[in-house]
Design a protein around this ligand. Structure first.
Ligand SMILES: Nc1ncnc2c1ncn2[C@@H]1O[C@H](COP(=O)(O)OP(=O)(O)OP(=O)(O)O)[C@@H](O)[C@H]1O
Ligand SMILES: [Mg+2]
Length: 254
């Protein structure tokens, strides 16, 4: 592996393990603690599974409380889908290690980016915004790991990068104030000539890119991780019955 020197012998005392098999070897051991990492990917590339493994591993192996803020999937769909690949979030929720926040209602509000009616705690609908949702989750649950999946519907309502930037900045700053390690997902925008650099890429501490290249091969690339020694080469990964595994010593042939 030509880039192995980049990660050999590295250690990071204020870090945690990602929960994705093969990824820690590319990451200087783990994600930087207390930072916001963007998981950028094509539809069906495994963004939700990736983030769920991060939370599940944290809650089960590290005894770190974990929160999933779902913008795409309603509660039962998330729990069911993750159960099929071996993650029992029901039990984790019952034992107080996991909380799921259903924020899917925010997608249906046409004009106000951050305002929407969502079911809170399975009870009445309340008017809240995503920043409030995150802050409430932090105050009530004190998670060490947080996921927002995904920010695309919210952010893409704004047509220009200039308009999107403050929305993403708001999100990133709110997440960072929690001192939790956070993943947020976003959909990859491609054009005929390649991909578009997105506002959230500049504002996140780290960016991981998931895409499918020729012949259906899945490729994971760490585009950046501020302050960490990383392997920046694209590496193949698979999604199997027990989740995502990255082959961190293998090459992707484009
Ligand atoms: N048991 C399994 N075995 C193999 N592949 C699976 C399995 N379960 C799910 N997958 C793959 O995982 C993908 C879905 O993963 P996930 O929902 O995490 O993707 P996503 O990027 O979040 O998608 P979306 O853009 O729709 O939100 C599917 O495309 C499917 O190919
Ligand atoms: Mg998803």
């Amino acid at each position: 592996m030509s880039s192995s020197h980049e990660i050999e012998g590295s250690s990071n005392s204020s870090s945690l393990n990602s929960g994705i098999r093969g990824l820690d070897a590319m990451l200087d051991g783990a994600f930087p603690q207390g930072k916001v990492i963007l998981v950028l990917g094509e539809p069906g590339s495994g963004k939700t599974i990736f983030c769920s493994q991060f939370l599940h591993y944290g809650a089960t192996e590290k005894k770190e409380k974990s929160t999933f803020i779902g913008m795409n999937e309603v509660r039962h769909r998330f729990f069911n889908e993750m159960h099929t690949i071996g993650m029992d979030f029901d039990s984790l929720e019952k034992s107080g290690m996991f909380s799921y926040i259903d924020a899917t209602g925010l997608r249906r509000i046409p004009h106000e980016a951050k305002v929407g009616r969502i079911p809170v705690g399975g009870k009445e609908l309340e008017l809240v915004n995503l920043i409030d949702i995150i802050q409430e989750a932090i105050e009530k649950f004190s998670p060490k790991r947080i996921v927002i999946d995904s920010i695309s519907d919210l952010v893409f309502r704004f047509p220009t990068v200039e308009e999107r930037r403050p929305v993403v900045l708001d999100l990133v700053e709110t997440l960072e104030s929690s001192n939790a390690t956070c993943l947020m997902t976003s959909e990859l925008i491609s054009t005929g000539n390649g991909r578009v650099i997105q506002a959230e890429e500049y504002l996140a501490e780290g960016v991981i890119l998931l895409r499918t290249i020729q012949k259906g091969v899945r490729s994971l690339q760490i585009l950046k991780m501020r302050g960490s020694k990383i392997d920046t080469r694209p590496r193949p990964y698979v999604i199997k019955g027990n989740g995502i595994e990255v082959y961190s010593t293998e090459e992707v042939y484009q």
